[in-house]
Design a protein around this ligand. Structure first.
Ligand SMILES: [Zn+2]
Length: 391
């Protein structure tokens, strides 16, 4: 089955193609080209999105839930409404992210998430119930986090990093762990970083009070990314730069940020973007189950969170967000006056690169999955296509 899509422009995202043709065959992109000079055979359906922009589907590599669902608590049968909610915000792929909880509860959650990932990969479910973003891998946020920079992760469940505990989590997830947030200063962390990197996990430093030299040791051991830069991190001091000195200056590291204007002030988001640039900055949501829901009390793994006017707190500490990724992209165009094309890159190609999914995800190019977003010229989501379906 072949379908051809067109719109006013397309972001690959590194290139802008005006008057594009996007040819989809059996859920994959067959070709991206200019419309001029191309004949679309009469029997091939042509879908014209008018003045819209076609972009790769957004990838959220750090999210805990949405639409009232918490990924630590849901079964694979509960995930379709979450997938539909994410798709309504332009997201086509995501990493359900754990929070620190008792190890048994975490392992049970990992088994359920592995089921959901395999079901999405094998194409079971989803047919006929609307377009859904797919879970593509698991992000372990915890339990190897700093007590001092734990945020709302419960201190009683934090665990010292060992390859044994990491392997137990890995086995429970049946190898679907694609990302690990870890505080590199903890005894044993460098061994776990090296082992996770060996298994092609994106090792991300975060929830950390590390000094700069320790962060550099983490990079030597295989860390390649940083988690919600500035949040749950030792603050930057100009004489004692700490982990942030490494995160903001090392070109081997990509880094993500919660660009909701609450977790980090817009001016500091702009500073971050200048430091990491269009090549290495990544947008995440860190969204919780309350995303897309009214104010009230919600669950984040074992933690109770109060949501009021877009702010999520447990006690006096920020506890995730109700940000959606399409809004994060628009915020970058506002906070830093970036072009939409560059802002889109931070939610598509860059996260795909960071976690090793590029080729199949994060780009509009031949061979990639036909996952794409249809945006208004101002970046509002009009439609989301997953594996060529949903128009
Ligand atoms: Zn998180």
């Amino acid at each position: 089955m072949r379908t051809v899509f067109t719109a006013s422009r397309l972001y690959t995202p590194t290139e802008e193609i005006l008057d594009p043709l996007l040819v989809v065959e059996d859920g994959r992109i067959a070709e991206v080209s200019l419309r001029s000079g191309k004949e679309v055979p009469g029997n091939t359906p042509l879908v014209d999105f008018g003045d819209a922009v076609l972009t790769p589907g957004f990838l959220d590599i750090h999210m805990h839930g949405g639409a009232g669902l918490d990924v630590m608590r849901t079964s694979s049968a509960d995930l379709p409404p979450l997938g539909r909610f994410l798709a309504s915000h332009g997201v086509t792929g995501y990493f359900p992210s754990t929070v620190t909880a008792p190890l048994d509860a975490t392992c049970a959650a990992l088994e359920r998430l592995a089921d959901a990932i395999e079901a999405a990969r094998d194409g079971a479910g989803g047919n006929g119930d609307g377009v859904q973003a797919r879970p593509l891998g698991i992000h372990l946020e915890g339990p190897f986090l700093s007590h001092k920079r734990r945020g709302v992760h419960p201190p009683e469940y934090l665990v010292a990093p060992t390859t044994e505990v990491f392997d137990r989590l890995w086995q429970a997830a049946r190898g679907h762990v694609r990302m690990l947030t870890i505080a590199p200063e903890l005894p044993g962390a460098l061994e776990v970083i090296a082992e996770a990197a060996r298994r092609h996990v994106c090792v991300s430093i975060g929830h950390s009070d590390a000094e700069m030299t320790v962060a550099q040791d983490a990079v030597k051991a295989g860390a390649r990314h940083a988690t919600h830069t500035f949040n749950a991190m030792r603050p930057l001091d100009h004489r004692d730069p700490g982990i942030l000195g490494e995160v903001l200056t090392d070109e081997r590291l990509s880094a993500d940020i919660i660009a909701d204007g609450i977790h980090v002030s817009p001016a500091v988001v702009k500073l971050f973007l200048q430091a990491k640039g269009a090549e290495r900055a990544v947008l995440i949501t860190d969204s919780i189950s309350a995303t897309g829901m009214p104010d009230g009390r919600y669950q984040l793994g074992p933690i109770q969170v109060d949501v009021k006017e877009g702010k999520c707190t447990a006690g006096s500490t920020l506890a995730g967000s109700v940000l959606t990724l399409d809004r994060a992209v628009r915020n970058v165009t506002q906070f830093a006056h970036w072009r939409l094309q560059d802002a889109v890159r931070l939610a598509t190609l860059n996260p795909a690169r960071a976690v090793g999914l590029v080729g199949k995800h994060g780009v509009l190019a031949g061979g990639a999955d036909a996952d794409f977003s249809v945006l208004s010229p101002a970046g509002e989501v009009r439609k989301t296509i997953v594996r060529g379906r949903g128009f």
